[in-house]
Design a protein around this ligand. Sequence first.
Ligand code: SAH
Length: 216
Amino acid sequence: MTRNEDPRYLGLRKRLVDALKIKGIKDERVLQAIGNVPRHAFLESSFLHYAYRDQAFPIGAGQTISQPYTVAFQTQLLQVEPGCKVLEIGTGSGYQAAVLCEMGVRVYTIERQRELYVKAKALLADLGYDPLVFYGDGYKGLPTYGPFDRILVTAGAPVIPPELKFQLICGGRMVIPVGFEDHQEMMLVVRNSETDFSTEKHGAFIFVPMLKGTVN
Ligand code: SAH
């Protein structure tokens, strides 16, 4: 998406993209999407200067916007195609959803904290992105909207939630950090058939925990 903005941000974003390349992100479409999303719009104003550093930041309600490298890594592993239907668990600031929208996918995203849901939904619309944003418990997925080609979980889950596995199409991929507290393993889950799933491990990451239920 093209928009009028301060050229300083364009320069900072280009530098961020270069840093992600150096760290091993190769998918040009992912890099292009990160180069297009105004990350500074997703941060509290006191963090504006840090918006294009490769770091996670607080977004309120005890949550964080993921580090750009983590967003890029998960998105690259998801292997999305334009037009594919993607479910994201953990809308948070809405940044990851915006990156997916830039890649031409149909995004469905769920957040369990009402405050973040309200804020992200309004911000994404203001920026011209059109994901469907839901307030609810991501452990349940969105059975009435599924199945999905891809599922991306952006909070650390203690286990791979079975409800989510079964909302993937056959051939579909889910990327999910699995583990406890401040250490999770990035897992890729592929649904091979109605009943057969394979999993692969893709390194250690740190996420805020995926919690059950909703918060008002
Ligand atoms: N994708 C976000 C970062 C997410 S941080 C971004 O780009 O900014 C993880 C988010 O997951 C938090 O906002 C947290 O409230 C949310 N979360 C945790 N457990 C959840 C659940 N069961 N369902 C939906 N959202 C959940």
